[in-house]
Design a protein around this ligand. Structure first.
Ligand code: F6R
Length: 246
């Protein structure tokens, strides 16, 4: 695990965008595994900026998102498909047909999970998987306790995650309770992984990911077993690590 320290969220975003853009430049038709949430917004902004300056070309890039709420379609402002369009896709020259996100409107769970695993396999796997981390150590929507050998599956979100997501909705009732998520197995099969973390709410999870036992109780701890993981974390997210390791 390579740890890159950043001062602030902005610094983290720029360093993360550097790693993503290096991947795009080295392999113009790379398969990027993408994430939503607060963590990657700054990195996406930076990539858009470099694209506008003519430094990046997404025309052959393929992307596979980690997850999508079950029950929300791409036109729903809270869906991850909408998030990706607003925060990255509509600002760069990625082809919409090369962007993949689980279909939140598909009610047949087994069918959708099989379809999505087939897409990832058909693309030849993920070259660089971008991840955020939950305060409880979740990656994607793989919550504590989730088996490590899972591929895309339908997840019942924990109370913790539902509360954390509530900030994006008008009321708790509107927060989806289920999501489609790629599994730990899909994540671990990515050739390279880039995990970004910002803020003190992530500090305990970051410490457990780097130093804790490898256990489903902290899903991100499995990343210790991957041979190409970069973590970019800001000072606040490294605080517990720094305190315990000093
Ligand atoms: C998002 C995802 C989640 C988030 C995590 C952190 O696609 O899969 O695992 O990365 O919940 O969320 P933020 O970045 O909002 O703190």
């Amino acid at each position: 695990m390579k740890i890159y320290r950043a001062k602030t969220y902005e610094d983290m975003s720029r360093k993360a965008a550097n790693i993503i853009s290096a991947q795009i430049i080295m392999k113009p038709d790379a398969v990027l595994g993408l994430a939503t949430g607060s963590s990657p917004i700054g990195a996406y902004k930076q990539l858009i900026d470099w694209y506008n300056k003519g430094d990046l070309d997404f025309s052959e890039i393929r992307s596979v998102n980690l997850d999508e709420y079950k029950g929300l379609g791409p036109d729903d402002e809270q869906s991850y498909a909408y998030f990706m369009k607003e925060n990255l896709f509509k600002h760069v020259n990625i082809k919409p047909e090369n962007t993949y996100i689980p279909n939140g409107l598909e009610e047949d769970t087994e069918y959708e999970c099989r379809r999505y695993n087939g897409i990832i396999a058909g693309l030849g796997g993920i070259d660089l998987q971008l991840l955020g981390i939950g305060g409880n150590g979740h990656i994607g929507f793989n919550e504590p306790g989730e088996a490590y050998d899972k591929e895309t599956h339908c997840v019942a979100l924990t109370e913790n995650t539902i509360k954390a997501n509530a900030r994006f909705f008008d009321s708790m009732d509107q927060v989806p309770k289920f999501a489609y998520s790629t599994g730990i197995k899909n994540i671990m099969q990515a050739k390279a992984i880039l995990l970004i973390a910002s803020g003190e709410s992530k500090a305990e999870a970051v410490y457990n990911m780097i130093c804790g036992p490898i256990t489903p109780a902290c899903p991100a701890s499995i990343l210790q077993l991957h041979n190409n993981v970069s973590v970019v974390a800001d000072q606040a997210a490294m605080a517990v690590y720094d305190q315990r390791m000093s």
